[in-house]
Design a protein around this ligand. Structure first.
Ligand code: UDP
Ligand code: MG
Length: 315
């Protein structure tokens, strides 16, 4: 029997856990043709999430968990989960039931047809502000242009991945992870299905604008060096213009004699150049920071406790 692992990163999700557990149990009951494993990754929750998971695991041998030593963020929680997942395929799903588990059989269907990565694209973004929608749209367009890899818009981490993809992702050990880009980067046969994303069943979102902006910068800097190129290009253009201007000034001085130059125009040029230089330094700094973080070569996470499902005998 093929085994499907459901990977659930959870951070302070005590309010939805019970509901999630019910829905997953129903999913397993409706699909008796597969063996299921529910792997919870507790990402340093400070509420009752972990005791609840343990309680489920006591009575239910489909449940496995990885308890991380602190909150590492969803990206790290996902790779921790992938490291421990034992199924022939994995479905990554949010704990808050924004991704309906009822879509999973459809994903499995496509997987059986031979697709390796069946991802769910949301066809609505209700409940999100106009600002979030527009900035996200502009960002993806930029990212697409700069990276030359197809990064799916309106697609979260809700997807089914074949063992091949799991093994591929496990080999990517960079610490500032942008998993969404990695899904595209590894390739393999992809299939898109669309769904409508529900509002959070309970609890509150763990995202805020500063976090989102950091995530966006990680996305850009981990997949492209285009910003560095842009700053070189800008430097080149500005130098060229400045050079032409110098020539003009010299000729003008020779022909018309010395003229008192305007203070405002000098200020404008100095400030503009200062800005461009700081920006370029910042961009270079971003990449050096990444190099610094990666060269430390630290492990991605530490676990406090790992509970694996008992291997059923394979026929
Ligand atoms: N999550 C996590 N670690 C974190 C933040 C979030 O494991 O530091 C999990 C969270 O429990 C949920 C999923 O990531 O299962 C998505 O989080 P959330 O619903 O807050 O994000 P949103 O849906 O608003 O993008
Ligand atoms: Mg959510």
């Amino acid at each position: 029997m093929k085994k499907i692992s459901i990977l659930i990163p959870a951070y302070n999700e005590e309010e939805v856990l019970e509901q999630l557990y019910q829905r997953l149990g129903k999913l397993a009951n409706d699909n008796k043709g597969y063996e299921f494993e529910f792997l919870f990754v507790n990402d340093g929750s400070r509420d009752k999430t972990m005791p609840m998971i343990k309680e489920y695991a006591d009575t239910d041998d489909r449940i496995a968990y990885v308890d991380l030593s602190r909150n590492f963020g969803k990206e790290i929680a996902m790779i921790a989960g992938l490291d421990y997942v034992t199924g022939d395929a994995v479905v990554i799903i949010d704990a808050d039931l924004q991704d309906p588990p009822e879509l999973i059989p459809k994903m499995i269907g496509y997987w059986e047809e031979g697709y390796d990565d069946v991802y769910a694209k949301r066809n609505n973004r209700e409940g999100e502000s106009w600002l979030k929608k527009t900035t996200s749209k502009i960002y993806y367009r930029m990212l697409q242009k700069a990276t030359h890899i197809q990064i799916q818009q309106d697609t979260g981490d809700f997807r089914l991945l074949d063992r091949k993809c799991i093994e591929a992702l496990k080999q990517i050990r960079e610490s500032q992870r942008y998993t969404k880009g990695m899904f595209s980067w590894i390739g393999f046969k992809k299939k898109e299905i669309s769904y409508s994303r529900n509002p959070r069943a309970a609890g509150v979102t763990k995202w805020n604008y500063p976090k989102l902006i950091n995530f966006a910068i990680d996305g850009l800097t981990s997949f492209t060096t285009a910003p560095l190129r842009i700053s070189s290009f800008m430097g080149f253009i500005i130098s060229l213009v400045a050079f032409i201007y110098i020539v003009v000034i010299i000729i003008r001085t020779l022909v018309y004699g010395v003229q008192a130059a305007g203070y405002p125009s000098i200020m404008a040029v100095v400030l503009f150049l200062g800005g461009v230089q700081l920006l370029s330094l910042g961009i270079i700094g971003e990449y050096i920071g990444r190099i610094f973080n990666e060269t430390k070569g630290r492990p991605l996470y530490f676990t406090q406790d790992v509970h694996k499902t008992v291997e059923k005998k394979k026929r």
